[in-house]
Design a protein around this ligand. Sequence first.
Ligand SMILES: C=C(O[C@@H]1C=C(C(=O)O)C=C[C@H]1O)C(=O)O
Length: 284
Amino acid sequence: MTGEDLLSLDRIRSVLTRLEDTIIFSLIERAQFAHNARMYQRGAFKELTDLGFNGSWLEWFLKETETFHAKARRYTSPDEYPFTSDLPDPVLPPLSFPQILYPNKINANPSILSFYTRAIVPRITPTKKHADGIVGDEESEDDGNHGSAATLDVEVLQSISKRVHYGKFVSESKFLDKPSDFIPHILNRNREALDALITKPEIERKLLLRLQKKATTYAQDFGAEGELMVNGKVNGSGKIDVDGVVDLYESYIIPLTKEVEVDYLQHRLDGLSKDEIDKLARSK
Ligand SMILES: C=C(O[C@@H]1C=C(C(=O)O)C=C[C@H]1O)C(=O)O
């Protein structure tokens, strides 16, 4: 596949569509376990502070998992971004990937980790509604499955991270399609104009409709039995908060993908001479 094929917007969008399934299925799996709020609180596990690690249980899981994956050269791939900083070098020589993206250091994972632990996990995990109708408190919302739940959290986070950072490929594709549209706004550092250029409302609308259908179907066909609270009421039919999946995309994943697109474009001319920029602007 040539660099041009790899940057085909249709091909890139088909990868984004496929990642919807990965994200939904990993959310369904995570939703089988309790919120386990302690897992996201720094210093909540004495076993970790005794080891000298002051982060949360999930941050420790990410560090341990990503340390191994880094040694296996996972993060030399242009579509893989770690949540953990200061990872070891790969034990294998890096694979040679075609240089498709313009060199950049954009990593949106801190934002992804924050919205996932604060807004998504509490919403998609079961809230026990006790016989007296009182929703469970933090203590009762812990099923002790801290290893299984964190393993699934890492899977969800890795799939959301891949999806959001694919915004770089989207931006490179749109930029090369019409550099003259973007260059004036990059030079003027006009984020608003760049955001308007990359935003495709119809694509977003169709995506959210498709997502609603997928999440409903998958939840009915693949979710485990169980009553979950959705917006404060027991949702006996669904096995995952379908509205929560759509909201995840509408309120977090799409806006963050577009932020990555604009961040990428803002640095797309870094290091180029005036002549090189003028040549790009004249090309299309
Ligand atoms: C990803 C794209 O860019 C933007 C972001 C989208 C998203 O995150 O789903 C969808 C359309 C655009 O507003 C695209 O054009 O496909």
